[in-house]
Each structure stands twice: as structure tokens, then as C-alpha cells.
Design a protein around this ligand. Structure first.
Ligand code: NCD
Length: 306
């Protein structure tokens, strides 16, 4: 059976730390890695829109000397003819050495992996999980703070449908001394199953609030998110909730001087563009880090040692 990454807990904490160390080495010595995946192929199967995740996977494989194939729209594949995800993945696994897959249905990459002869990486499944965004986030936090333990982290926005939040809460719950501050409208709270699994079972401290301003001074990290329009059942609710939080330079006046602001992107309206100039904004660095950590992950899953 190939090794798949469907959920962030498919990696141990030691493995995550190793991936971060490899990504750091890639950043310092990119030339060392440029032929590592020669004659290897990555397929990107995206049944849902993407900019950063798909292109960073492709850029990662190309920077390793490999090549890429795939599709970025379900309609351009045989899905449009009624083919099952299992058969599509079975087919692609005959042509590629590793597959990154995004799908609007929760659990689809897990189900598809049963039909694959090569490793499958979940590149986002519905409102469920997004483990490689989490690896990107962890590398960014590590680069910004020099550690992955001992801080207060605020998650703000759509904690219900935001799959990057679910995966990152899960991952951080395995590091020591993290305090979680969950900021969302009442309708978009972190799902109970994530709270149970990641926080309550481990007796980790957390607070839930609707008020970002009141908790701002406590935060070492602030993870902003977009309200996930595509997961709403009716547009009215989306329109009512979409601008619940807008981070501005004024709001940041009350924040710590060494706060790090993260966002998986795309941003809609929840961070004013003026915040990009604040040295605490780390989200554009996060975009770059996404490529390096995916390079490290591809090497690991293909068992290539440089
Ligand atoms: C996120 C996603 O797809 O879940 N984007 C990403 O991969 N960087 C976040 C989002 O779409 O809001």
C-alpha cells in the first residue's frame, strides 16, 4: 500500500518536524534538490477551484526536476461523462508517481486512495481537511517564531467550514503549551467534532468569542480566514456573515508588537490591503513557504533522500 496523506494526523509530530527541517534545507540550498525527482511525475486532480495549492504543488515538482500532469476542472475530465472518482484515480495512478487531489466532497480523497497504486495527497476535501495547507502554516509559524509551542493562537472568521482551520487546530493540539482563541459569529463556530477530537480529549485550554477586538492584545498568532461562500446553503446567510471581521491597521494597534498574522488565502474582504505593509503580516511569506514544504512532502512520499 502506498503512503497517503489524507489527514494531518497521518503524519507524526516527528515527521512534521522532519518535513520542516527538509523545507528549511531546500530554502537554503535549492540547487541540491533540482534533480531529485527527475523522471518522476506528479498529477494534480482538482475537482474544485484553486490557485496556490495546485500551482505550488506543480511548482514544487518542477523545482525538483520532475514533471506534472492533471486537470484543474472536473468538467474537463471524464467525470463529466459520469466516471467515478475511484476509476479516475485508478487511471491516473497508471500514469503518475504521486497524486494531489482536491474535491468538494468530504472524504473523497480517502475513498479515492483505495483505488490508487501511488501515494495520494489530500489537497482539500470540502469543509473537512487541508493537511498540506497546515504544513505550510506550520513552516511559516516556525520561521516567524522559531518554535511550534508555547503561544496563544487566535483563529478568526469561518471556523465551521474552513478546512484549513480544522487541520491546523488538529496539528497544533499536538504541540505543547498552545492556548486556542476561537473567534467567529455564532453560526460559524468550530464544529463540535473538531473541538472534541483536538481540544477536549486532550484537555487543552480554549475560549470561544464573537469579539476579535477584546482578545487581540493576548494573541501571538492570528489566523484569519475567508467566509466560505461555496459551502453555504443560502446566499442570504453568506451576505449577512461575510464581513463579520475585517482586519485593519487600526484594529492592529491593540495587538502585540511580535504578533504574526496568517491567512491561507484567497482573501476576500477580511484583511484590508493596507495591513500587507505591516511587518506582522506573514501571509505572503506563507504563500512562498507552501512550495518548499510541498517539495519536502513529495520527497518523503516518494522515499527520495537527497
Ligand atoms: C484554502 C482552501 O482551499 O481551503 N485555500 C488554500 O488552499 N490556500 C482557504 C480558502 O479557500 O479559503
Amino acid at each position: 500500500m502506498p503512503r497517503n496523506i489524507i489527514d494531518v494526523v497521518d503524519l507524526t509530530v516527528e515527521e512534521i518536524d522532519e518535513l520542516i527541517a527538509t523545507a528549511e534545507d531546500i530554502i537554503q540550498n535549492p540547487a541540491k534538490y533540482q534533480e531529485a525527482c527527475r523522471h518522476r511525475q506528479l498529477a494534480t486532480l482538482f475537482f474544485e477551484p484553486s490557485t496556490r495549492t495546485r500551482l505550488s504543488f506543480e511548482s514544487a515538482m518542477l523545482a525538483l526536476g520532475g514533471s506534472v500532469l492533471g486537470f484543474s476542472e472536473a468538467n474537463s475530465s471524464s467525470t463529466a461523462k459520469g466516471e467515478t472518482v475511484g476509476d479516475t484515480v485508478h487511471t491516473v495512478s497508471c500514469y503518475a508517481d504521486i497524486i494531489a487531489m482536491r474535491h468538494p466532497k468530504e472524504g473523497a480523497p480517502y475513498a479515492a486512495a483505495q483505488f490508487s497504486e501511488v501515494p495520494i495527497i489530500n489537497a482539500g476535501d470540502g469543509g473537512h481537511n487541508h493537511p498540506t495547507q497546515t504544513l505550510t502554516d506550520l513552516l511559516t509559524i516556525h520561521r516567524e517564531k522559531g518554535r511550534l509551542n508555547g503561544f496563544t493562537v487566535g483563529f478568526c472568521g469561518d471556523l465551521k467550514f474552513g478546512r484549513t482551520v480544522h487541520s491546523l487546530v488538529n496539528a497544533l493540539s499536538r504541540y505543547d503549551g498552545i492556548r486556542f482563541v476561537l473567534v467567529s459569529p455564532a453560526e460559524l463556530k468550530l464544529p463540535r467534532y473538531v473541538k472534541e477530537e483536538a481540544l477536549k480529549k486532550r484537555n487543552l485550554p480554549y475560549v470561544q468569542t464573537t469579539d476579535l477586538d477584546s482578545v487581540m492584545p493576548e494573541l501571538d498568532l492570528l489566523y484569519m480566514t475567508r467566509v466560505q461562500k461555496e459551502r453555504f446553503f443560502n446566499e442570504e446567510d453568506y451576505l449577512r456573515l461575510k464581513d463579520s471581521y475585517i482586519l485593519t491597521p487600526e484594529k492592529l494597534e491593540r495587538a502585540k508588537a511580535d504578533l504574526s498574522i496568517l491567512h491561507p488565502l484567497p482573501r476576500v474582504n477580511e484583511i484590508a490591503v493596507a495591513v500587507d505593509r505591516d511587518p506582522r503580516a506573514a501571509y505572503w511569506k506563507q504563500v512562498k513557504n507552501g512550495k518548499f514544504i510541498r517539495m519536502a512532502l513529495i520527497l518523503k512520499l516518494l522515499d527520495i533522500h537527497v
